[in-house]
Ligand binder design. Sequence first.
Ligand code: ZN
Length: 82
Amino acid sequence: MTEQTGGWYGLHSVFEQQRSEFEAYVSAPPVACPNDGEPLVNAPSAKSGSGIELFCKYCFWQYPRDWHPPIRMDSGGLESPL
Ligand SMILES: [Zn+2]
């Protein structure tokens, strides 16, 4: 086997892709429940005005009430958000 596995450049490429995906991730509403991964559904019209936009019908997680956007770590270190 002489196939190149990418090395640092491969990892760098993956990192850049993940960064761009992260940017999109934090700027858009979630599409799946963070608790169980089930797709979120639009709040029924009866709930309009309640502040609920999306919810999980399995555990009743609600967006934006229960949504906490991840904190970006610009330094590249493992900083605690606290
Ligand atoms: Zn859920």
